[in-house]
Write a protein that binds this ligand. Structure first.
Ligand code: 13P
Length: 241
């Protein structure tokens, strides 16, 4: 899975990039997704209707509807054409105080609406320097993944907070250490089914480092921010997969 998270970027004029991405997939075997801002989900789903590229949301509220000004529900994302939703991104955990418990409720909402969740986890630089990276990340996996995921399709994305948008990336052994710990946690939680869950890496992935990251042990794809905004950059990553 190579998923692009456009974050709060993109207007109608950006649909052309998505159109070029869809047209440039070539013979890739990767699943490809673009998660645009909520304002573009429906239009992007229409542009990509005849392509293999999936559309996803970037967040949802646990409730299906109601008096929640400014929020979007999983059902609304699905209705607009989304098939996936990114949940628990560190920008939401840090900026909106999202807890593991809230993320788990959002995951349940996504499943209720038939969306495949991409659940994000990752440690801060302070936590890594304190030797807590594995404990933090596996704790987030345990707390953010509800039992309702049993038997369902989902991905986990490991995004070290200090690698997002910074140009810094962990070394391959550092990525592998965390991904192996996530895998062990998934197997402890979901049994053998936990082996089939794709664990994506995210944080400063670009065409020039994608091949090395994607061939690392237990890396099943990438969640890409900045480098998913331009077709040429994103296609370079897809081609490396
Ligand atoms: P960058 O690829 O811009 O570092 O962002 C990663 C990310 O947060 C994807 O969700």
């Amino acid at each position: 899975m190579i998923a692009g998270n456009w974050k709060m970027n993109g207007v109608g004029a950006s649909l052309g990039e998505a159109y070029m991405i869809a047209g440039g997939l070539g013979d890739t075997t990767a699943r490809v997704a673009i998660c645009p801002p909520a304002t573009l989900v429906q239009r992007l789903a229409e542009v990509l209707a005849d392509s293999a590229v999936l559309v996803g949301g970037q967040d949802c509220r646990p409730e299906a509807s109601g008096a929640f000004t400014g929020d979007v529900s999983a059902e609304q994302l699905a209705d607009a054409g989304a098939r996936l939703v990114v949940l628990g991104h560190s920008e939401r955990r840090a900026g909106y105080g999202e807890t593991d418990e809230l993320v788990a409720h959002k995951v349940e909402a996504a499943l209720r609406a038939g969306l495949e969740p991409i659940i994000c986890v990752g440690e801060t630089l302070e936590q890594r320097r304190g030797g807590q990276a594995l404990a933090v990340v596996t704790g987030q996996v345990r707390g953010s993944l509800p039992d309702a995921l049993k038997g369902k399709a989902f991905c986990v994305a490991y995004e070290p907070v200090w690698a997002i948008g910074t140009g810094l990336t962990p070394t391959t052994p550092e990525i592998e250490e965390v991904h192996r710990a996530i895998r062990e946690t998934l197997v402890a939680m979901f049994g053998e089914a936990g082996r089939g869950v794709a664990i994506l890496y995210g944080g400063s992935v670009k065409a020039s480092n994608a091949a090395e990251i994607l061939k690392a042990d237990e890396v099943g794809g990438a969640l890409v921010g900045g480098a998913s905004l331009k077709a040429a950059d994103f296609l370079g990553i897809i081609q490396a997969a």
